[in-house]
Design a protein around this ligand. Structure first.
Ligand SMILES: [Zn+2]
Length: 552
């Protein structure tokens, strides 16, 4: 009390704390697992914490907002280390087919959009959905899409590898029963050879995609703003965006300049081109390298993709539903080594998508070689993204080599039934052995791979704790972790992966005031309450980016 009056009377102009929060539990998520009951913020920073709810009262001045909310639990804001933010942003405004539960609902959403769209104009769906969520469990066909409209070319996008076109779009794209499958792509066909409308991989749909008018920069900036706000409402403070194209950089920069990039973004640029030389030229052309940026927007590094998704992951043993098929490696080890050496020597970090056991082993072979050939190599610069199938031997290698791993339970949640069909029961339960990674000492962090799956961090936490899935039951319960550890992977471990533990990820003085408040404690609440918990407010850099009750 005396300190308080001393400070405020002697230095009336000194700003002590802008905001002082007293809460039931403020989890620091630091190594010592300290839990506080008071936290003070000045500007964007946490300036003090105390285990005594009144321990920081000396920092209160006339200008301090005091929030006395002992029913709240506070965590560091979530850090999703694999979330396609810019891709999600570009789906805002497209037909929201993720809302459909049946193909009939799906077609109806397109029909409704067609009714408001001038004939001849393109209609596109959001890519952020998956057919396993439909009762029918399959993609629509061109004739089914034709039932929604024959007056508009329709492009149904699903994730990053699959497109379905209606008959008009196929015709405009010049795809007929005579069109052969291009190298690296598949035109799905009915038994009589007519295209079904389903086009797999870019070479198959490039001719159709090229006709679709691009969104305007203003639409994309607005989409990014809205998507950041949606993420903030779920307590997300930072994402690592694992696939950003050069032409998307100005969208990020525009929102950053407006001060509206309310999700801190760590970008992974994808040098997409046909040949190695072209890819190298793109990297050279960037000019900058990993680490450029500030707390709001920063370049993490580059993104490479070594194998396919759940239907194309490179496996050692064949797919159970296709005995002649073991998935695809999209690079030869030699190409990947050449690219990785080229990038590492120019100061770039690399995250590589590898999900099948064959891809994970091949990637670790290449990474091991890169580390050998680059003596000044910075640990943590080469990351394994997903690493679905990593047995004890490959895990030990990744740990020995200092290769961090990002895991995304929501992929298993959404794709569990697809994996069961293709990879079989044993391999599906082994997908993302989170508990084994942790017990063996791996550097792992959590995320979602939205829009392939939901961005809801609470659902992801539930998934890591239960190993539960949408339609495939519990998969690999021996790899489940406790609630505290799950939160740790989503906060402190994310900041560590981004190399920013000194700025974020824990609640302690000298860290940015990125935090999220709940009325139930996500660490002690009944497990099945987790998916439906919603934040009360979210602060990013001390600013209330989500605060519907106007508490701050
Ligand atoms: Zn991804």
């Amino acid at each position: 009390m005396s300190r308080r009056s001393y400070l405020s009377e002697s230095h009336p102009s000194v700003r002590l704390a802008d905001l002082l929060i007293r809460a039931g539990a403020i989890y620091s998520m630091t190594e010592n697992r300290a839990i506080y009951q008071a936290l003070a913020i000045r500007d964007e920073w946490i300036v003090a914490v105390s285990q005594d709810p009144h321990g920081l009262d000396g920092l209160i001045s006339a200008d301090t907002r005091v929030l006395d909310a002992r029913d709240l639990t506070i965590l560091p804001a979530f850090e999703d280390t694999h979330n396609h933010l810019i891709f999600a942003a570009q789906n805002v405004g497209l037909v929201p087919v993720d809302r459909a539960h049946t193909l009939a609902e799906f077609i109806d959403l397109i029909r409704q959009r067609a009714a408001q769209t001038p004939a001849g104009a393109w209609i596109q769906t959001s890519a952020a959905w998956h057919e396993v969520n439909l009762d029918e469990g399959r993609l629509p066909t061109a004739p089914e899409l034709d039932a929604a409209t024959r007056e508009h070319p329709v492009l149904v996008r699903r994730g990053g590898h699959v497109v379905v076109a209606n008959s008009l779009a196929l015709t405009l794209g010049g795809i007929t029963r005579e069109t052969p499958d291009p190298q690296g792509g598949t035109i799905m066909r009915f038994p009589d050879g007519t295209p079904t409308g389903v086009l797999i991989e870019a070479p198959a749909y490039a001719s159709v995609m090229a006709l679709v008018p691009a969104m305007t920069p203003q639409q994309m900036i607005e989409g990014l703003r809205l998507t950041c706000q949606q993420y903030n409402a779920y307590g997300i403070g930072t994402v690592r965006d694992p696939m950003v194209l050069r032409e998307q950089m100005p969208i990020y920069q525009a929102l950053w300049e407006q001060g509206e990039l309310t999700v801190r973004s760590r970008l992974m640029l994808a040098p997409l081109a046909a040949t190695l030389e072209e890819r190298m030229a793109i990297i050279e052309g960037f000019g900058f390298r990993s680490g450029f940026g500030d707390d709001a927007l920063k370049l993490w590094g580059l993104k490479f993709v070594l194998d396919g998704g759940a239907e194309g992951g490179a496996l050692d043993e064949p797919y159970v539903n296709n005995p002649g098929y073991r998935g695809h490696l999209l690079w030869t080890p030699e190409e990947l080594l050449a690219m990785a050496n080229f990038a590492v020597r120019r100061g770039w970090k690399i995250g590589t998508h590898a999900i099948g056991d064959r891809a994970v082993r091949t990637l670790l072979d290449v990474y091991e070689q890169v580390i050998k050939e680059n003596p000044g190599f910075q640990p943590g610069s080469l990351v394994l993204e997903h690493g679905f199938l990593a047995d004890a031997r490959q895990r030990a290698r990744a740990i020995r080599l200092g290769i961090p791993v990002t895991v995304q339970h929501p992929l298993l949640y959404t794709l569990g039934s697809v994996l069961l069909e293709g990879w079989g029961t044993q391999r599906t339960r082994e997908v993302m052995p989170v508990r084994a990674w942790i017990e063996e000492g791996a550097m792992i962090s959590a995320g979602t791979d939205h829009p392939v799956s939901s961005y809801n961090p609470l659902l992801a936490l539930w998934g890591m704790v239960t190993r539960g899935t949408l339609k495939a039951g519990i998969q690999g319960p021996e790899y489940a972790i406790d609630q505290y550890t799950a939160v740790q992977l989503y906060t402190a471990a994310g900041a560590r992966l981004n190399g920013e533990s000194h700025r974020r990820g824990t609640l302690q003085p000298g860290r940015l005031a990125d935090l999220v408040a709940f009325r139930s404690d996500p660490i002690t609440c009944p497990i099945d309450d987790l998916p439906s918990l919603r934040p009360v407010f979210t602060l990013v850099g001390g600013r209330a980016v989500y605060d519907p009750e106007a508490l701050i």
